[in-house]
Design a protein around this ligand. Sequence first.
Ligand code: G6P
Length: 463
Amino acid sequence: MSRIVIVSNRTPGKGPAAGGLAVALRKVLGEREGFWFGWSGKLTEQPARAARIEDIDGLEVAQIDLTREDHHAYYAGFSNSILWPSFHLRLDLATIESHWYEGYRRVNQQFARALLPLLKPDDIIWVHDYHLIPLASELRQLGARNRIGFYLHIPFPTADALYAIPHHEELMRDLSRYDLVGMQAKRDVSAFTEFAEHQAPSTFGGHKVQAIDFSRTEIEAFPIGSDPDAFARLSISPAATKMVHRMKRALGDQRLILGVDRLDYSKGLPQRIEAYEKLLANNSRMRRSVHMLQVAPPSRDSIKEYQETSDTLDAICGRVMGHFAEPDWQPLTYVKRAYGQPSLAGLYRMARVGLVTPLRDGMNLVAHEFVGAQDPDDPGALVLSRFAGAAEIFPEALLVNPFDTDETAEALRMALDMPLDERKERWQALMAAARKYNVDDWAVSFLARLAPGTLEKSSTRDV
Ligand code: G6P
């Protein structure tokens, strides 16, 4: 059986793996031979020549260090100040410093050079996310003939946003060097196909650019999921139950509205708090009977746009508190800290409403995990952005336009007033979808498509 090689910017750390994705991919590597390759998290003076191989909790992980300069251009620069905002259709928040592209390319070359000596000819390589779009090109240039797949965890942009990215033609050409490109949602595949079908030979920088040949690359939606039954078990574990008790003591019979997101402008956090503000303003009966908890661990905080989002959020939360809080009642708790999966599972379980309103999102696994953690006898309601990939999976959620804070406020009211029967009915459909699109099948179906016949089992999931 072929080995599986997973490549991503971040590698799984020691201790219990945090996210569902890391757990699923660990499982893939636990069942088959293979290893994980990525950045070590260390910054050095000199570029690394070779990867260090380590056993991390039984998983073989090969890692390279990067220089501070390269890492800055590759990660904070090209990946997170150009690709991330553009792919999320936030060109207003992009910083187009085209020289970062050189660092991005250089790091992808370093990844390729360090990975190549570790490869066997029939290894199947699975590359993850926007940091590593050029990796297949770089590996192929060094002679690798392996099957190489790419999975984009974030949305694929519309053509206009794509054209704003420096060197976008090269990046698209890089994608054509993969055997399989997986995306989260049908909308992403449509955006990609639109580009692939309508691109015409053009002149670029004085040179004639040839249309890119995508005929050897399969493009398909593989919506990622979670392990909802594991989340269900976790939500009644001792650690989760402890959190539930703590919250019950603090809240009494107030109903909890819960948001959990990385502190990122794509998550629509200011709009979300504004929608909550409108709920309180329009429905005075809700005051003292609801409480909103927003958990938002800081992310990419070396980047100005992230600091600004954080400041905006501080201001809005302060405004809501100042306006609605009373000496003995607070409308809102805002926590800028990360919590472990067991505590989150407890919070999800006791929330009456899961509020997941990104302005644009690849999938959004919080929505999946929230569904998994609900009490089947008294489930909470999910208010979900129609611009999250998850909206294609969960039509039974209350779908909202997150830019329209009146609509979100009204959906919140409906969720809070929703009778138990309707909550149960909707949740059963949501849970069935979360089970159908579980993360194990996601990994298996991607790999089966990438390397048909060379792996043991193939997925029957239709996507
Ligand atoms: C998103 C991306 C991932 C990334 C994660 C955390 O989910 O799709 O590739 O790892 O955010 O962001 P960070 O910049 O901290 O790795």
